[in-house]
Design a protein around this ligand. Structure first.
Ligand code: C2E
Length: 347
């Protein structure tokens, strides 16, 4: 299936997009490396995407470093990278399979020729030929077949090991493609998949499901004051507290720059509210230090919007209600949680 972004990257507007990308890179003093070019094209073709938002956030704080380009690519361009890795693994697998197929064909030929040797020996022995000579040639043929069988066995066991390694590698690639590089939480793509799945499970099993969206308060101000490296540390700090909260089956994800999302399958509303409120207090309870200068950064607070899934509700509707509740938390003074209204009441 061709996405809108693909159409924009391949359609008639693609040349304009490429020119704008070059101009923007020059203005931002960023080298037009293939990786940066790819990042820019994707960001320009979808300015509301997580990649574009994150790129703007970084550029607002200074030039884009090589490390940051790598991080953006690993985080936001995973599909293309994943398909490259899968293609490589597929090619390697097909080399392994054809080499095993070759070894098996050799073994079949050797077995056939051994069969012929046995038939000849049988004929010589019944027609009274030289017994000693026949037995010697039989022994030699048997030794040959046994050596060839051992080689085939070795080849098959090497292949099994190689295929096992490939499987592990693909599993690692799959995990990386679903993980946010900075926080090691689930990324946006993994979150979208999981929320979709959990909505189906809730519908099927008639179980409760809650979604919380969280945002670090005054993050931009924080970034502007202390720089984006310290900003990244704050994101990691919040993520580390969330990962302690989100033991399976709960799932914590980095949803955007300084925004997180948490999925709570099959828990009562009261239990979810209590857990989130505890986490909100825990995050705010610690005074952070700037690692490079040891300056006091003060406490970081988060605002939360919580929505309970309602029968028949699609993920997008649930996200919208949680987002509205988050904005209510922001409007009402931050460092608080707001529970979203039901759809019927909100309408
Ligand atoms: P990190 O710097 O990689 O630290 C990982 C974990 O090592 C921390 O997890 C904490 O358990 C321990 N740790 C590292 N440095 C110290 C330290 O100076 N004192 C103590 N008592 N423990 C330390 P934690 O606390 O969950 O933090 C996760 C991440 O959050 C950290 O990763 C860092 O990126 C960020 N972070 C947390 N606290 C601060 C802070 O005060 N200042 C800054 N700049 N970043 C912080």
């Amino acid at each position: 299936m061709t996405s809108d972004v693909d159409t924009r990257l391949r359609g008639p507007a693609a040349y304009e997009l490429a020119k704008t990308a070059l101009q923007e890179m020059e203005t931002a003093s960023v080298w037009p490396t293939p990786l940066n070019f790819e990042i820019w094209l994707h960001s320009l073709s979808n300015p509301e995407s997580g990649l574009a938002i994150e790129l703007r956030r970084i550029l607002a704080n200074g030039p884009l470093t090589e490390d940051e380009s790598e991080r953006l690519a690993a985080e936001y361009l995973p599909r293309a990278r994943l398909s490259d890795e899968i293609r490589d693994a597929g090619a390697q697998l097909s080399r392994e399979l054809s080499s095993v197929a070759g070894a098996i064909a050799d073994a079949q030929r050797n077995q056939a020729s051994y069969g012929e040797t046995l038939a000849e020996a049988d004929e010589k022995l019944t027609s009274g030929g030289d017994i000693q000579k026949t037995i010697a040639s039989l022994a030699a043929a048997t030794r040959r077949v046994s050596v060839e069988n051992a080689a085939l066995e070795q080849r098959l066991s090497d292949s099994t090991r190689e295929v096992g390694k490939l499987r592990e590698h693909l599993e690692q690639v799959r995990r990386e493609a679903m993980t946010d590089a900075l926080t090691k939480l689930a990324n946006r793509k993994a979150f979208d998949d999981e929320l979709e799945r959990q909505c189906e499970v809730a519908e099927r099993d008639n179980k409760p499901l809650a979604l919380a969206v969280l945002d670090i308060d005054h993050f931009k101000r924080f970034n502007d004051t202390w720089g984006h490296q310290t900003g990244d540390q704050v994101i990691r700090y919040v993520a580390s507290v969330l990962s302690r909260l989100a033991l399976p089956p709960r799932v914590a994800a980095r949803y955007g720059g300084e925004e997180f999302a948490l999925i709570f399958p099959a828990e009562t509303a009261q239990a979810v509210e209590a857990a989130l409120d505890h986490t909100r207090r825990e995050i705010a309870s610690r005074s952070l230090k700037r690692r490079s200068t040891n300056e006091d950064l003060g406490a970081v607070t988060i605002s939360i919007g919580l929505a309970q899934w309602q029968p028949g509700e699609k993920p997008v509707g649930l996200i919208e209600r949680a987002d509205e509740a988050l904005y209510a938390s922001k409007r009402n003074g931050r460092n608080r949680m707001t529970v979203a209204q039901d759809r019927a009441k909100a309408a």
